[in-house]
Ligand binder design. Structure first.
Ligand SMILES: Cc1ncc(COP(=O)(O)O)c(C=O)c1O
Length: 397
């Protein structure tokens, strides 16, 4: 299975709770993405919504062409800290948003013709007088579902994300140079292949008028079983057929298996079973565990493909792992271990670099995890940031 923990890291050095980015794993992911760019001449952007650890942007920008942002704040972070292309998309913009994103975006993608018409004059004037290189696009919804979990399916019934093909009727595409679709989540290239077939069929009248097409995110390119050859074939064929630039904007694939969350046991209580209370929390440090929901892999519970190692009673000592917050349902899951847990035991939650660090919150005033980098080649562990009371207080007034 995919390597998910830098085994040489000495946990004694790690204060908890702490996200630790494994730099060598990030480099491994970047090498795979670089090979896709080299083979296809597509441009890959980092989706900041999935991974925004800007202290490693200097490394990522050596490979990736830029970032995709979901808000003015992400666009600003991308402009300030990444420094290459900034592509901005949001479900809707306010006039204030447009004033903020125009000067810092290379591509602005609109989610509806209403929004495009509302801001078109401003956008075209900006392009004409200030930034001739800025480009505008429309997000489309091919209405082809590949994602099983409805809250992660942008093509689910009644989705607000993207313009349906019949809504293009009678619309002028003057000023629009590209189309964007995002329909996938943790998918292999076969899902992209099926999506492209539908996209081409439904938008065949418009694709030839475009200079670029953005294939969105959700491509699990750096996963062991991902069909990189098929992805490359799809991109190469599409580019040749339509003579367009192709962009991909993965988040998860950039940081997949490239970081862990280390936590400590604070107490063990009993209520028909042993319950270990940790200095982390599903609700505040890994909300996807509750939202998706999923059971994170824990290094000490063993590793098995499918993330199901260390089931209750599989090993000698079973515990419910629970969070620090007041939420009764702040439960990470039930796991078993070969050794008993004691106060102070450290546990490693695997694959926590993406969609955890960006989603933390300070509910209950719970301490945010520190952020650190581990370089396996030099065995160097560096804490980049530790959060304080002021970080909690500054979000309130
Ligand atoms: C528009 C858009 N682009 C890119 C992404 C990144 O997706 P992933 O991190 O699954 O690759 C998302 C995720 O929700 C998205 O909504």
């Amino acid at each position: 299975m995919d390597r998910s923990y830098p085994v040489k890291l000495d946990l004694k050095k790690v204060p908890t709770p702490c996200f630790v980015l494994d730099e060598s794993a990030l480099k491994r992911n970047l090498a795979i993405l670089e090979s896709v760019q080299d083979r296809t001449r597509c441009r890959i952007l980092l989706a900041l919504k999935g991974f925004s650890m800007f202290s490693v942007f200097p490394l990522i920008r050596q490979t990736l062409h830029g970032i995709c942002a979901s808000s003015p704040h992400e666009a600003m972070l991308g402009r300030e800290e990444f420094g290459r292309e900034v592509h901005t998309f949001a479900a809707a913009y306010s006039e204030t948003d447009i004033h903020k994103i125009l000067p810092i975006s290379d591509h602005i993608i609109f989610n509806s013709f209403n929004q495009w018409h509302r801001f078109k004059a401003m956008a075209i004037e900006y392009q004409r007088n200030i930034q001739p290189d800025i480009r505008f696009g429309i997000r489309v919804n091919p209405a082809h579902s590949e994602v099983e979990i409805p809250i992660y399916d942008p093509c689910a019934p009644y989705s607000r994300l993207g313009v349906l093909s019949d809504q293009f009727q009678g619309q002028s595409l003057d000023g629009i140079s590209g189309l964007h679709f995002h329909t996938l989540c943790e998918k292999n290239a076969s899902a992209l292949k099926r999506t492209l077939t539908v996209f081409e069929e439904k938008f065949q009248d418009y694709i030839p008028q475009m200079d670029w097409i953005n294939f969105g995110g959700g491509h699990h390119i750096t996963r062991n079983d991902y069909d990189v050859d098929l992805l490359c074939d799809l991109i190469i064929n599409f580019k040749e057929k339509y003579n367009v630039d192709v962009y991909l904007e993965p988040g998860e694939a950039v940081a997949l298996n490239a970081g862990i969350l280390v936590a400590s046991v604070l107490d063990i209580v009993k209520n028909e079973m042993d319950i270990a209370i940790l200095d982390t929390s599903a609700a505040t440090h890994m909300p996807d565990v509750l939202e998706m929901p999923y059971r994170p892999e824990i290094f000490q519970a063993g590793q098995r493909a499918g993330q199901q190692a260390g089931q209750p009673d599989e090993k000698a000592y079973t515990y419910r792992l629970a969070g620090l917050s007041c939420l009764a349902g702040d439960i990470i899951g039930d796991y078993s271990f070969d050794e008993p847990l004691v106060v102070g035991s450290k546990l490693i939650f695997c694959d926590m670099a993406h969609y955890s660090m960006v989603k933390t919150n300070t509910f209950n005033g719970i301490q945010l995890p520190s952020i650190a980098v581990y370089k396996a080649d030099t065995d160097r562990f560096t804490i980049i940031r530790q959060f304080k009371y002021e970080d909690f207080k500054n979000r309130l007034s």
